[in-house]
Design a protein around this ligand. Sequence first.
Ligand code: GLV
Length: 326
Amino acid sequence: MKPKVLVTREIFDEVLELLRQHFEVSDNQGDAVWGPEDLAQRLADKDGVMTSIVDRIDAALLDRAPRLKVVANIAVGYNNIDVAECTRRGILVTNTPGVLDEATADFTWALILGAARRLTEAEAYLRGGQWKRWELKQLLGADVHGATLGIIGMGRIGQAVARRALGFDMQVLYWNRHRVAPEVERRCNATFVSKEELLARSDFVTLHCPYTPETHHLIGASELRKMKRTAILINAARGGVVDDAALVAALRDGTIAAAGLDVYENEPNLHPEFLRLKNVVLAPHIASATHSTRLNMAKKAALNLVAALTRGDPPDLVNPEAKRRG
Ligand code: GLV
């Protein structure tokens, strides 16, 4: 008998086909919204599940999924999953590293440029019929070329963002838990500094770290006060890394100049004040959303599921300790 797997959200048909070659698959191609109870009922007899970042996989759910052996998240971040609880139960957890770095870095640059040059504000002005004439001082923005870029989190995505800064003749500072290898620093032309120095010197501060208890509100009121009043904050990492209420206050009172955001606390119910502020470019968590990248993410999650349930050895295992308990 084939193992049973659940796919919690709509995915690409070709990925579903791949899964069907190996498993008895329950899908959600209608993309219905399932609450925790729906999910629990559907997981009761499943060996594996392919999840999205909006599915909360916690102890209460796992209690009701006694056969579950693997959770394959279609994302590089996995803060939606209680990994420690999975590990305790011998359940493998996988993610999708590598395939979304470039698309996410591209989109980070869309936010940097959009926020610096007030692109969404300018478009709203034009669409709203306010553009009556050309003016020398109309919608003046900030220079990106030649500015200082501060990168918090210098993993694969942070490095991809840094490499793109070379083309804008920027000075790149970074802060990371560990200093990266000298050849990486050279390739990215990036200088390791303290968080305080990065905040004080950067014209743009961009976040590329995972969301963990350690990075919760890594940028809050006191960090925002350390930034330049002309600085722009970019978050395409995870909601919760920034204290959104503090950011709203900082944008409103001019503590910093602007922000470009793809992620928020409490998505999709972002802080309502963001919608009223002009000096913030807002996107609905789409940094990795190109056709090829999302397809590759879904394929990678599917291959993890196949490897986990056939050999017990998925390539992108985030909790190797779970194998000893399985
Ligand atoms: C998207 O947010 C991801 O973590 O891949």
